[in-house]
Ligand binder design. Structure first.
Ligand SMILES: Cc1cc2nc3c(=O)[nH]c(=O)nc-3n(C[C@H](O)[C@H](O)[C@H](O)COP(=O)(O)O)c2cc1C
Length: 200
């Protein structure tokens, strides 16, 4: 019996190691593919990944995009923080969106040196989160390329891509990606495919 358990444990360790190696090599080959394909396209440009995130989902996706594109990353932060309570946040956000207020930001970044700016937002009340709207309005996007990425709770991306283009005056807007909450096991490859398909 002891011998049998020992053999079983050994077999499990071998299988687990094999799965780990397979996944790891797939991930790096997917990344290598992106780099090769995007050479001469977006990868040759100066990239900035910007995002606002209340609960961490959009941040999670922003970090994946940053790793794959090797761009810089910037978190958009409102001057007044949202409550930590979900319901209270939905109430505050609803009021800001309905009143169409341009809420002040705590920080900003000089985007003049970047060619391609990924802009990430959670879907809030069928549109982008107010801090992202402010970010797009107060910066000069003339001649810039923006790439929207949206996380949502089941409603999809609504008209957020179109709205981003309207607020970011003078920008060219590339194909967006929308992800349910923080995504799942297929999100990495979904993001890679999306990046591969982006055309300047
Ligand atoms: C204020 C608020 C409003 C929301 N409105 C919507 C919505 O209209 N449609 C939707 O699908 N999800 C909605 N959600 C869910 C979020 O879009 C979703 O969970 C998102 O991934 C959260 O991203 P974050 O963790 O980066 O904040 C809302 C969440 C909050 C907090």
């Amino acid at each position: 019996m002891k011998k049998y358990l020992l053999k079983l444990s050994f077999a499990l360790i071998v299988i687990a190691s094999f799965c780990f190696i397979l996944k790891h090599s797939w991930d790096s080959s997917a990344n290598a593919e992106i780099n090769a394909h995007m050479k001469g396209e977006i990868m040759d440009k100066k990239i900035l990944v910007t995002y606002f995130s209340w609960g961490g989902n959009t941040k999670h996706i922003a970090q994946k995009i940053q790793t794959k594109t090797k761009g810089d990353i910037f978190e958009i932060t409102p001057a007044e923080s949202y409550p930590s309570n979900y319901h209270a946040t939905t109430v505050m956000a609803k009021e800001q969106i309905e009143k169409r207020v341009e809420i002040p930001l705590k920080n900003n970044i000089d985007i003049s040196g970047y060619d391609v700016i990924f802009v990430g937002t959670p879907a809030w009340w069928y549109t982008m989160a107010p801090p992202v709207k402010t970010f797009l309005i107060i910066n000069n996007f003339e001649g810039k390329t923006i790439v929207p990425f949206i996380t949502h709770g089941g409603g999809g991306e609504y008209s957020i891509k179109k709205e981003m283009g309207e607020y970011a005056n003078g920008s060219k807007v590339l194909n967006s990606i929308s992800i349910y909450n923080k995504g799942d096991d297929s999100t990495d490859s979904e993001i890679s495919e999306w990046l591969n398909g982006l055309k300047m």
